[in-house]
Design a protein around this ligand. Sequence first.
Ligand SMILES: Cc1cc2nc3c(=O)[nH]c(=O)nc-3n(C[C@H](O)[C@H](O)[C@H](O)COP(=O)(O)O)c2cc1C
Length: 410
Amino acid sequence: MDLTQLLEIAQQECAARKPIQIHCCVPAGCLSADSLAVKQCLEKAVKEIGLEDQVQVCGVGCLRLCCQGPLVQIEPEKMLYEKVTLQDAPSIITALNGGETTVQRGNLAQPFFTQQMPIVLENSGKIDPERIASYIAAHGYQALYHVLHEMQPDEVVDAIAKSGLRGRGGAGYPTGLKWATVAKAKGERKYVICNADEGDPGAFMDRSILESDPHRVLEGVAIAAYAVGANQGYIYIRAEYPTAIARLQLAIRQAQRLGLLGSQIFESPFDFKIDIRIGAGACVCGEETALMASIEGQRGTPHPRPPYPAESGLWGYPTLLNNVETFANITPIIRNGADWFASIGTEKSKGTKVFALAGKIRNTGLIEVPMGTTLRQIVEDMGGGVPDSGSAKAVQTGGPSGGCNPSISC
Ligand SMILES: Cc1cc2nc3c(=O)[nH]c(=O)nc-3n(C[C@H](O)[C@H](O)[C@H](O)COP(=O)(O)O)c2cc1C
C-alpha cells in the first residue's frame, strides 16, 4: 500500500456514494433499541419504492442523542428522525418522494448539537465503522503515512508535546511527556497499550469511540508505536463491550489486509502488530499496573509505582499506556498541526473532552465540548436540565469507582 493506492480507495468510495445518504445509528445503545432491524426495514423500503439509484442506507457510529434512539439522519439535508420504529421507518423513505412521515423530527439546531465541537467524534455518525474504505474516505490513515514517510519519531513526540494534549484516562498526565519517556527508555522491545477498560458506571465515551470509529484508534496507536519505537500493541477491553470488540477485530483484520498494520507498513521499515486482550470486567483492571498484570495472565491487582510503565511495564519492558480517547486525538493533531490543537481549550488543558451524559437529565447521550466549557453549560444548556421541571441537586463528574473517567451523572 502506498499513498496513491490509499487515495484511490478514498476516491472510489466517494464516487460510489449515492446523492441521498440515510445514516442509521448502529452502536450498542441504538442496536439495543432495534436499530439494525430499522436499517433493514429502510433498505427494503428503498428497494420497494425503486430508489436504489439515488438513496443509500448505511449503518453509522453514534449520532449522540442516545435518549431519542434509534436515530436516523438524512444527508445532505441534515434531517434527523428520532425513536424510529419498524412500523414507521418506511414512511421516512416515502417522505423522500414527497410523501408524509409519521416519524418524530429531531432538532439539530438545539444547544445539544450546536455547542459541540467534534474532533474525536468528527467521524461519529458519518462513517460506517465496519468498512475501512469509509474511514479512508474521511482522510483515514493519511496521518500514519505522513509520520512514517515525512517525520522522524522524535518529531512526532515533539508535535504531541507541543499540542498540549493530556491523557483522557483520568489523571491528565501530559501525553507528549509520557511518549518522550518511553521513547528514551532502553529496552530490547517496547509495547503500546490502549486502555479501553472503562469500568466506571455510566461512562460510555470510550465504548462509543470504538464502536463508531475503530480505525481512528488503531491509527493513533500505530502512530504512537512509531514515535516510541514499539512493534507490538495491545488493546485491553472489557468483555461487556462485545460490539466494540467485534468492530475492533474486524478493523484490525481490514487494516492488516491493506498493509496498514503488520510488516513494513506503507512500504516503510516500520512493523507493528495490534492484538486485543479481553478483560473480565473488574473495574480495578483499568488502573495501569493492574491492567498490565491482567495481560500477563496474573491476577489484576495494582502494585506501587515506581517503576512506572514507561520504564518497566509489560513483562518488564518499557510500555506506553494511554486511554482510548487520548489515542483518538492523535490523528487530528498530526493532520491539522499542534498549534491548531493548542488553540482550542484553556491555558492548561488543550483540545476537547468527550462526556457521557447519564442520569436524571433530559438529553442523555454523548457530547464533545472544548475544555473550559462549564458544567452549567453541559447540564443545563446541552443536557436540557432535569426533566419534569426539577432542578439539579448534585452532579457527579467522573466515575464513582475512583477511576475518574469523565462521565457526568445527575
Ligand atoms: C482504579 C482506577 C481505575 C482506572 N480506570 C481507567 C479506565 O477505565 N480507563 C482509563 O483509560 N484509565 C483508567 N485509569 C487510569 C490509568 O491507570 C492510566 O492512568 C490511564 O489509562 C493513562 O492513560 P492517559 O495518560 O491517556 O490518561 C484508572 C485508574 C485507577 C486508579
